[in-house]
Ligand binder design. Structure first.
Ligand code: ADP
Ligand code: MG
Ligand code: ZN
Length: 606
């Protein structure tokens, strides 16, 4: 059996080895044992059920939350030479009829369905009348209140085990805390399932979390400039922010398209297609964008504000670098984001839980600890590396304050001096020694803490206050957002608790960081002819457009890179390229070989 599945992987997908837990999950499915598999985004979950579906008798039914996602998966499978279809309301009734006929005839290997569609009595009856191999619940976290993207229809999927006795049910997800895992098993009535819980870390993602300056556009442009021709996503909190940022970027020459729920379905779809077929590289979006996007070569994700939970952050950044190649995730946050979310969550019935998730997210931003470690720990895993080499903290881009206790004490005693009745701005002015009108009105220039931190900038002091807030030494109160001291803050005053404080990044330091980052990119491109790569990429975009499918469905960036490196000249050589299976070889081999030959001809090689 093991040989057969490896052969299938190579023949259809063009991969030569399995990734963590893929083989286990596949074997378990083939044994008809229920499974829950948790692998990070890009971990290769699809293969875990597509491959056994291909070699089993009967049709596998894949429940997936989004119609756009289904269509892409089906296109992808067809392009690999695998018989797959989806059944949903986006098909014309005659197309639906054709698919239903195909199901009846029993020839389909995979059938993608939405949970709503599965619940239709006709669908259930139809499925009962044919041979099914197994059921898959993709994006299974949608079943749980504890996760994110909770979907009411997912709640009813427990009925599968009752209606379809003796057929295996296999759940897949990327983000699952222990609570979510238990919830999935319980809700789906899984029968003594095998659990394959992979490491949720994404080592190829470089996390950077920075305070948002008053010049956000400049901060964003700096990131884009490092990725001149790469696809990237920029997330904003509100629709209005999307429109504004999208326009500003277009005005200064960074071509992009907006995406949010306020646009018409048609326009949204058009913008998404332009992006995934690589006619346009940048999309500015609310989180409405992404669930249905499986593009494997997104090289950067920018958050222009803080998401409301670590689950959301993990999922949104998870869209970068699914091909395993390095990608940048940069988040610009401010204390204001916390308050914005707090206000929005105020009337929710799950307020307590949502607030604790929000706090964890904010804490993640302001606490200068390895980002990879923090994320992994949050999802109840342990992290082994001492230095991840891929976050702002471990790369030394964040410099720590030498005497955090003294700084904390200075700030908190100032808060005490003003009876916990003033906001962060006023307190920073006192500590800085600024004689503002407000300070003179209250006589605060006479306080012993006035000018106590005059050797620091006001930006520095504000940044320290934000971190003390994030770490729970201070809290904001009331309508005027005055700063108050918590119990933990009292301990700090007594020297019994010490905060972890990072310095804001200064200009000189930025240069050094710049150099380091650049060399990282150079390393990845070492020995690679970037011009040839771009020529292959252009051909891929052309093919994607003519077939109306996303570019990654043709080939991943990793495949194009391997093609650039090995520059195959014959169809046999082409088969050895990473990610090229038999069908792809036949379909695209000659086309790409021609590009390589033409390129080498005009460049005087070969
Ligand atoms: P997930 O659903 O877990 O987020 P996907 O199934 O979309 O991830 O897979 C991510 C990428 O990894 C895809 O391009 C896929 O073809 C590729 N991949 C999957 N399995 C392997 C493997 N064994 N070797 C190399 N690449 C793989
Ligand atoms: Mg997936
Ligand atoms: Zn780190």
């Amino acid at each position: 059996m093991k040989n057969q599945i490896l052969e299938t992987l190579t023949k259809y997908w063009g991969y030569t080895s399995f990734r963590l837990f893929q083989e286990e999950a596949i074997l378990s499915i083939l044994e008809d044992r229920d499974t829950l598999t948790v692998l990070p985004t890009g971990g290769g979950k699809s293969v875990c059920f597509q491959l056994p579906a291909l070699i089993s008798d009967g049709t596998a039914v894949i429940i997936s939350p989004l119609i756009s996602l289904m269509k892409d998966q089906v296109d992808y499978l067809k392009d690999l030479g695998i018989d797959a279809e989806c059944l949903n309301s986006s098909l014309s009734s005659s197309d639906q009829f054709t698919v239903i006929e195909k199901i009846r005839a029993g020839g389909l290997k995979l059938l993608y369905l939405s949970p709503e569609r599965l619940m239709f009595e006709q669908t259930t009856e139809l499925l009962k009348s044919v041979k099914l191999s197994f059921f898959v619940i993709d994006e299974a976290h949608c079943i749980s209140h504890w996760g994110h993207n909770f979907r009411e229809e997912y709640r009813q999927l427990g009925f599968i085990k009752k209606e379809f006795k003796n057929i295996g049910v296999h759940a897949f997800t990327a983000t699952a805390t222990l609570e979510v895992q238990q919830d999935i098993v319980k809700q789906l009535n899984l029968d003594a399932p095998h659990l394959y819980i992979g490491n949720i870390d994404r080592p190829n993602l470089n996390y950077r979390i920075l305070p948002r300056s008053s010049h956000l556009l400049g901060q964003i442009v700096e990131v884009i400039k490092k990725h001149p021709n790469d696809p990237g996503i920029i997330y904003c909190l509100r629709r209005a922010d999307v429109d504004e940022l999208s326009k500003k970027l277009n005005d200064i020459g960074y071509q992009n398209l907006p995406y949010h729920a306020g646009l018409s379905d048609e326009e949204r779809k058009k913008n998404q297609d332009e992006f995934s077929s690589e006619r346009i590289n940048i999309i500015v979006a609310t989180i409405a964008f992404g669930m249905g996007v499986d593009c494997s070569n997104i090289r950067y994700v920018i958050h222009s504000a803080m998401p409301k939970s670590i689950e959301h952050y993990q999922q949104e950044t998870g869209r970068a670098g699914r091909d395993g190649l390095s990608a940048d995730c940069t988040l610009f946050y401010s204390g204001g984001d916390y308050r914005t979310w707090e206000t929005m969550l105020r009337d929710s019935s799950d307020k307590e839980m949502l607030l604790s998730k929000l706090k964890a997210m904010y804490n993640f931003c302001v606490r200068p600890e390895c980002r990879h470690r923090t994320l992994v720990n949050y999802f109840s895993h342990t992290y082994e590396n001492n230095n991840c080499g891929a976050c702002d903290v471990c790369l030394g881009e964040v410099e720590m304050v030498q005497e955090p206790l003294v700084i904390g004490q200075k700030i908190i005693s100032c808060v005490a001096r003003v009876q916990q009745r003033f906001g962060a701005d006023h307190i920073s002015d006192i500590l800085k020694g600024n004689r503002t009108a407000s300070i003179e009105r209250w006589g605060h220039e006479k306080l012993s803490t006035f000018s106590l931190m005059n050797s620091e900038t006001k930006v520095f002091i504000r940044f320290m206050i934000e971190q003390l807030l994030g770490q729970g030494f201070l809290r904001r109160e009331g309508e005027y957002l005055t700063i108050a001291i918590t119990g933990l803050g009292q301990n700090l005053l007594k020297g019994e608790a010490v905060p972890v404080l990072a310095k804001p990044i200064v200009a000189v330091k930025k240069k050094e960081i710049e150099i380091k980052r650049r060399s990282k990119r150079t390393q990845e491109w070492e020995g690679l002819d970037e011009k040839l790569f771009n020529a292959l990429r252009a051909k891929r975009a052309e093919l994607a457009q003519s077939k109306s499918v996303p570019a990654y469905i043709i080939f991943s960036d990793k495949t194009l890179k391997d093609m650039t490196l090995t520059s195959p000249k014959t169809i046999e050589q082409f088969a050895n390229v990473f990610g090229v299976g038999a069908t792809k070889q036949k379909q695209y081999g000659q086309i790409f070989i021609d590009v390589i030959k033409k390129y080498e001809g005009t460049n005087g090689q070969g």
